[in-house]
Write a protein of this length. Structure first.
Length: 257
């Protein structure tokens, strides 16, 4: 077989265009491709929802890739082990109630399972704005991350979404846009993003799960975004709360639909 570079280019353009066109209107748009976003996308897509996930970086996985300080092992607590079991990620017990897993195996497997469940994943795309109709977020305004990084004046495009999940971690990127540009109050004690506090793993893991939920009409928050929104502490390189939060937000969305 003689390979033709033009056929290769056409195949990429046509197949990507198919994916992008199908994702101009989705049931759920997940913003942030870390562990909580990928887990949420997996459970939602497995339940038959049309899901698009947008990650601003080239690679997915958030902080899970690097484990702790680039020691690429992760720790989870026993409450989250069944999620990694469901994803067929191998774990090893460590002490009382702790488990470790290879960070690369964990996030690459979760990413693959989410895609195979039917979630459409877009990397190198950033959310620069939201659509608001009658006080509700109804979609996302997206652009290529390199456009944003280069400071180019390139107009974005828009997708419609039944609901949006902010799983952008410490940055709370979607919530910051809403706070800055929309006349919408967040369901935090202050009505605004309260900001992340200093590390306290035990408290942070509990609050990550407690703070997961609908933060304004049509927008849910999960993972570290939930703690940053509600003023909770960071948890460091333990990832059980991320996994549990991703599953919880999917369950909440499914229960409301």
């Amino acid at each position: 077989m003689e390979l033709d570079e033009i056929v290769i280019s056409k195949a990429i353009i046509e197949r990507f265009s198919e994916k992008f066109l199908k994702s101009t209107s989705v049931d759920v748009a997940v913003v942030g491709g870390g562990p909580s976003g990928l887990v949420a996308a997996y459970y939602l897509a497995s339940a038959g929802k049309q899901v698009a996930l947008f990650e601003r970086k080239l690679s997915l996985g958030g902080g899970m890739w690097g484990g702790g300080m680039m020691f690429n092992e992760i720790v989870i607590q026993s409450e989250a082990k069944d999620i990694l079991d469901q994803f067929d990620v191998r774990t090893r017990p460590y002490g009382d109630g702790y488990y470790t897993a290879d960070a690369v195996e964990a996030i690459s497997t979760i990413c693959s399972k989410a895609a195979r469940a039917g979630a459409t994943i877009f990397n190198c795309m950033s959310v620069e704005d939201v659509m608001i109709r009658d006080g509700r977020v109804t979609g996302l305004v997206i652009n290529w991350s390199p456009v944003e990084m280069a400071g180019l004046h390139v107009d974005p495009m828009t997708i419609a979404a039944g609901c949006v999940v902010d799983t952008t971690g410490h940055a709370t990127e979607v919530l910051k846009v809403i706070e800055r540009k929309a006349d919408v109050q967040l369901r935090t004690p202050s009505g605004k993003i309260m900001g992340e506090r200093s590390m306290w793993a035990d408290k942070a893991e509990r609050l990550t799960l407690e703070n997961t939920g609908e933060i304004c009409t049509g927008v849910y928050v999960a993972g570290m975004s939930a703690n940053a929104a509600f003023g909770g502490p960071r948890m460091g390189p333990i990832f059980g709360g991320m996994l549990l939060s991703g599953r919880k937000v999917a369950d909440l969305i499914l229960a409301s639909s």
